[in-house]
Design a protein around this ligand. Structure first.
Ligand code: CP
Length: 310
């Protein structure tokens, strides 16, 4: 069974194929009365060990729009609370013969491990600080709809890169499609490994945002900073929070993105988050279209995408 465990390993044609398929789903996502039936008779289980608003709800809507029976596993009320392990939980759910399990977990690599233990397809809905492939796909779809291309764009990914699975998946996807990706943030939150990958890194927003087409802000993930340096909110906003002045360093037609959830007044000023250059609401809408394309690709494994997923 094919899985989608990360952007890593997907070829540029496979990524573009998923974006094209998602483009066809946008209208369907808006008009549920025109449901498709490509997952009719199929069972989708959403297994979220970490909190989610956008990803879980859009995976649920996406499955339902395609006709699947969708079950949301309430991990907080499950036998996980009695000490049942990730693997035993997965094997138990697998015994109910689902076609696809969508998994979010706080440990990097947990989703890939689970995929080895079940017979069905597995989709990574975010694992630790490793990958969040459907977020990167929906971000790329949003960018492509506004800029008509990815190739050659300057994308500044700003803030807490170190703890961000969104940053990692976006770096992999956007560079695969030819964007120039820059990382901007305090040196404590921008890992040196990215410099070794050949990415430009900046500590100054003024320098990092210069000529940027896309400014992608990241949430400061204080819950993942146990024991390490935690910047003060006031200082962080002063140097790295995106306000109108810092946005003016980018191109005049630059677009602002944020995967959510946002810390308003920490990494982004509400005036920018809700301003005319913001695509944040549209990113959420594209999430349904992308997740429809991914579910269809892994469950039906046809066409130019599915069979190459690992
Ligand atoms: N962007 C994102 O993954 O949001 P949720 O945590 O709300 O799913």
């Amino acid at each position: 069974r094919p899985h989608l465990l990360g952007i890593e390993g997907l070829s540029p044609p496979e990524i573009v194929d998923l974006l094209d398929r998602a483009e066809e789903n946008i209208e369907l996502g808006r008009q549920p009365s025109k449901k498709r039936d490509s997952l009719l008779g199929r069972t989708q289980i959403n297994l979220f060990f970490e909190n989610s608003t956008r990803t879980q709800s859009s995976f649920e809507l996406a499955g339902k729009r395609l006709g699947a029976d969708v079950m949301n596993m309430a991990v907080g009320q499950s036998s996980v609370k009695k000490g049942e392990t990730l693997i035993d939980t997965a094997v138990t759910l697998n015994a109910m013969n689902p076609d696809v399990i969508v998994v979010r977990h706080n440990a990097s690599g947990a989703v890939a491990l689970l995929a080895q233990k079940v017979d069905c397809s597995v989709v990574n809905a975010g694992d630790g600080s490793h990958e969040h492939p459907t977020q990167a796909l929906l971000d790329a779809l949003t960018i492509r709809r506004h800029k008509q291309r990815i190739d050659g764009l300057i994308v500044a990914i700003c803030g807490d890169v170190a703890h961000s699975r969104v940053a990692r998946s976006n770096v992999l996807l956007l560079t695969a499609l030819g964007a120039r990706v820059r990382l901007v943030g305090p040196s404590t939150l921008v890992p040196g490994a990215f410099r070794e990958m050949g990415l430009e890194t900046f500590t100054s927003m003024r320098e990092g945002l210069k000529d940027a087409d896309i400014v992608m802000m990241l949430r400061l993930q204080r819950e993942r900073m146990q024991g390490s340096f935690v910047p003060s909110v006031r200082e962080y906003f002063h140097y790295w929070g995106l306000d109108e002045e810092k946005l003016s360093y980018a191109r005049p037609d630059a677009l602002v993105m944020h995967p959510g959830p946002m810390n308003r007044g920490v990494e982004i000023d509400p005036a920018v988050a809700d301003g005319p250059q913001s695509l944040i609401r549209e990113q959420v809408e594209m999430g349904v279209a992308i997740r429809m394309a991914v579910l269809d690709a892994v469950v039906n494994a046809r066409g130019n995408g599915g069979e190459a997923f690992r």
